[in-house]
Design a binder for this molecule. Structure first.
Ligand code: SF4
Length: 248
């Protein structure tokens, strides 16, 4: 009896790991056209009274909500709205004002250190340069981008957790790191929409394209977004109330 031959081993076909597709420039254009049509002058939600307090508020907002930061900074900025006043207030008092915010000890230290540096190296002013901003204690690329955009009108795009998620879900700018997403957005956002792109995307991520449950039925760009599966409208709990038009 001839020996049984085992079937030849074949390599299992591998799944293609193609880079995620990007939206076409025409679709990207349409997305920002809609954001602009609905809200031509979007605003951030952090409260500030001058470029310095904006810088401090953004530093404090790392891993904290804007609402939480605003609660703390109302008292802080009433007590100190310039680097000189902040240094005079002192680290202990700053810490007391911001103790409801995560990482408040480190942040209080950074606020005093960056204020001292602004006084020593920039005459107490916030420098309008990414390189100079990133040298300040507690200031990274994202914070520098926010300050450059809001305080100095630069068309920078700061990628936080919301922009990172929206950039990937919508395929506007897929990327594995915030920097990849930022550079992708810089390429795809049409120049005339660049200045406000950060705010449109952050507000979209915060209120519509939310992390756990994106609100696709209410989304302005649902027909252009390739993300699947999209969420669907929940069935109403009871009989639908008559809208005024129904009653007519
Ligand atoms: S359709 Fe859904 S997943 Fe796509 S951007 Fe809108 S909310 Fe986000």
């Amino acid at each position: 009896m001839p020996p049984r031959q085992s079937p030849p081993k074949t390599a299992r076909p591998r799944r293609a790991t193609a880079a995620p597709a990007r939206l076409t420039p025409a679709v990207a254009e349409e997305i920002f056209r809609r954001f602009h049509a609905r809200d031509p002058e979007p605003k951030g939600e952090l409260e500030y009274v001058n470029p310095y307090t904006l810088l401090v508020a953004v530093v404090l907002s790392a891993q904290a909500t804007d609402v939480g930061v605003n609660k703390a900074t109302r008292g802080l900025f009433a007590a100190a709205a310039t680097p000189e006043a902040m240094v005079a207030l002192g680290e202990d008092r700053v810490r007391e004002h911001i103790r409801t915010i995560g990482l408040f000890r480190t942040k209080a230290k950074n606020v005093i250190a960056l204020s001292e540096r602004l006084i020593a190296e920039h005459g107490g002013a916030v420098p309008p340069s990414r390189a100079a901003l990133e040298l300040l204690p507690g200031v990274g690329r994202k914070t520098a981008n926010v300050v450059l955009n809001i305080a100095f009108g630069e068309p920078t795009i700061a990628v936080d957790t919301h922009l990172f998620r929206v950039g990937n879900r919508t395929r506007l700018a897929p990327g594995k790191t915030p920097l990849e997403v930022e550079l992708g957005l810089e390429q795809v956002v049409p120049d005339r929409y660049r200045r406000h792109a950060h705010h449109w995307l952050i507000l979209h991520g915060r209120y519509v394209c939310k992390a756990r449950a994106p609100d696709c039925p209410a989304c302005l760009i649902a027909d252009l977004c390739p993300f699947e599966p999209k969420t669907v409208e929940k069935a109403a709990a009871g009989p639908r109330k008559a809208a005024p038009a129904d009653a007519a």
